[in-house]
Design a protein. Structure first.
Length: 649
């Protein structure tokens, strides 16, 4: 097999998901490192034959070297190309040294030696360049502030000052222990994120993504505005194995956005539907932008329980989005997709339904009690066994290397992010600043839980801007989540709250990477697409507050509490969606919209779903009654425009 024939493609810094091909030699080296990283993950994370610290160090060395090689090959400035190539061995050396000296490191209590100081300096230099080329300047700034605070803390007076930590202590904490670069976040990247990304790339290679698109078209294509519904559903389904909003947009959007525009959706609205739907993958199991695995490790809860807790809110978001798309189609008087329908669904399931078996196996193994790592590997094996059945899905050794390479390039930004976040988290733990900052939020919020939740939401949103989901969540879990748990919230409620607000920046300006990527395809306005995305995906801003008053949405509490929480949340969010659309069988008057929104908010009254106090009972009764009366009245009396009388299949 000639690896020089595998050039690869790498994301460009600051260009969203724009990618350029790598030169031949660089592409071959990246492919080789991808195979090594895949072997390390399977050998160490699945079979457990490599010590955790050594495994994480070697894995990061391989991924960082690949990232620097790619960055050097694509850099236009000669000095930057030379710098990246010089940093490649500096990125590899710490991993090899930790493997060779691991016993000695343990025996001396992870105390630094002079060679360790030089290795640590090289590691930080390589990490800085890798993060800048893969993510950009926000995380660079956070790392710099954290390291400066650790070094110069003795200059800060009062409770936030400390004695200061030198290079020896920083290298011991951040490199020679599992508290920094090679901490729990890197362990999650090795054991879970890479494996599930490998599974996702394998399924895309064998054609499961196309099956999702055709299933969505079969289910929704013949309804009013079918192309929009198909785009929303297919992008959400694809997100369950992808987890990246921007990657989802550029994968499915190239097909769905032109289809929606031909059906009559405006450029801004078509891009917004795709962006909002693609971001659903970040909150839908099993991948959730890698946050599910990080959350499981941080709060010590089984992954299967995290995925189960995330299921209802994720489905609620998709439901509200599809209702919004259906209403927009009615308002615009759009026609169905005549080429779709149940015939396409039957044909897809009959001919290619077997390509869904790896996902069915994954869910089955998780339900049976297998660890996520073992379940993912077995699902990968199932995918490999299915690939020879169709000519289009067959691949040989080169195809296998391509899957490994694509996986490494997909997780490269995440690995860079968790390494940088590991530096910040290590400094926060070393100095104790994390607990002090969470205490500051509690002090500012006083005794009002809603004030603290509002402050937390603002901090989470600000930290989420410009950072990958994984890095944003990691920082928020250390800085903000303790403030919520101190109020008595269950850990999963606190962590889900910050997770949702940390990722909403994918569709909200000034970052809105998913919306901007969709706008580049649709030809619409970037900010206009982002504003439409917020309107369609507003549930991401609403649901986190419902976690606090209705923890049954996260499968917490008794069966009646869970059922009532799902019922109230569904009625409330659908009613709000209709009110925001301003159309239900015909245009709605302003007073009707206001009344429907008020009824929805009263249905979502901030109290326990089983509360029996008179105020709560009266509020919910009035809210449910208002929603029912308004919708029934419009269903009976509102005229239906002739352009929207298309019958569903």
């Amino acid at each position: 097999m000639d690896l020089s024939s595998i050039p690869g493609r790498l994301a460009l810094p600051g260009a969203g998901d724009a990618r350029r091909p790598l030169p031949r030699i660089a592409g071959a080296l990246v492919a080789l490192l991808a195979v090594i990283a895949t072997w390390l993950v399977i050998e160490g994370a699945y079979f457990g034959t490599i010590t955790a610290h050594v495994l994480r160090a070697l894995f990061f060395s391989a991924v960082a070297a690949a990232g620097l090689i790619g960055a050097g090959a694509l850099a236009e400035a000669r000095w930057l190309r030379a710098l990246c190539w010089v940093l490649v061995p500096l990125a590899v050396l710490p991993g090899l040294a930790i493997q060779a000296e691991y016993t000695d490191i343990v025996m001396r209590g992870a105390m630094s030696t002079p060679p360790d100081l030089w290795r640590f300096a090289g590691l930080m230099a390589a990490l800085y360049v890798l993060v800048q080329r893969q993510i950009g300047w926000p995380l660079i700034l956070l790392m710099s502030v954290a390291l400066a605070y650790a070094w110069f803390g003795y200059l800060i007076p009062g409770r936030y000052g400390h004695g200061g930590y030198g290079l020896d202590r920083l290298s011991s904490t951040l490199m020679l222990s599992t508290e920094g670069v090679y901490g729990v976040p890197m362990g999650v990247a090795v054991e879970y994120i890479f494996l599930f990304s490998l599974l996702g790339n394998l399924l895309m290679r064998v054609g499961t993504g196309e099956v999702f698109v055709d299933i969505a078209r079969g289910l929704t294509g013949r309804t009013r505005g079918g192309p929009g519904l198909s785009a929303a559903l297919s992008s959400a389904l694809l997100g369950t194995i992808n987890g990246s909003a921007v990657a989802n947009v550029v994968t499915t959007g190239t097909f769905t956005i032109p289809l929606m525009k031909r059906a009559g959706y405006s450029a801004n609205l078509a891009g917004a539907i795709e962006a909002a739907a693609s971001s659903a993958g970040q909150i839908l199991p099993p991948v959730m932008g890698a946050a599910a695995f990080l959350m499981a490790e941080i709060i010590g809860m089984p992954y299967s329980q995290i995925a189960l807790a995330a299921l209802v809110p994720g489905l609620l978001y998709v439901l509200a989005l599809m209702v919004a798309v259906w209403l927009e189609a009615g308002r615009l008087g759009l026609e169905p997709d005549r080429e779709a329908g149940f015939a396409l669904l039957r044909e897809t399931l009959a001919r290619r339904g077997y390509l869904l078996l790896p996902l069915v196996a994954l869910v089955g193994f998780l339900i049976a009690g297998f660890t996520p790592t073992r379940a993912a590997v077995l699902a990968i094996i199932a995918g490999l066994l299915l690939s020879p059945w169709r000519k289009d899905s067959r691949f040989g050794p080169v195809g296998a290397v391509l899957i490994c390479r694509d996986t490494l390039l997909a997780v490269l930004p995440i690995v860079a992010a968790v390494a940088a976040a590991g530096v910040v988290i290590g400094v926060l733990n070393l100095t104790g600043l994390g607990l002090m900052l969470s205490g500051l939020i509690v002090d500012l919020g006083g005794s009002s839980i809603w004030a603290i939740l509002g402050l937390t939401a603002i901090v989470a949103f600000l930290l989420g801007m410009g950072l990958p989901t994984s890095a944003s969540y990691l920082l928020l879990a250390v800085l903000v989540a303790p403030a919520l748990t101190r109020l008595g919230l269950p850990p999963i409620v606190a962590h889900m709250f910050i997770f949702y607000f940390g990722l909403v920046s994918a569709i909200t300006p000034p970052v809105a990477l998913a919306a901007y990527a969709a706008a580049s395809i649709s030809g619409g306005s970037a900010n206009g697409t982002a504003v439409e995305s917020i309107r369609l995906g507003f549930v991401k801003l609403l649901v986190p507050f419902l976690f606090v008053t209705m923890p049954g949405l996260l499968m917490l509490g008794s069966l009646p509490e869970i059922v009532l929480a799902i019922l109230f949340a569904t009625i409330g969010t659908v009613a709000l969606t209709i009110a925001m659309a301003g159309w239900f069988r015909s245009p709605m008057a302003p007073l009707e919209r206001l009344g429907l929104a008020a009824g929805a908010l009263l249905t979502l009254w901030p109290a326990a779903v089983t509360a029996t106090d008179p105020v709560t009972l009266a509020a919910r009764a009035i809210g449910l009654g208002a929603v029912a009366l308004l919708l029934i009245r419009r269903g009976r009396h509102a005229p239906r425009p002739a352009a929207t009388l298309s019958e569903a299949n």
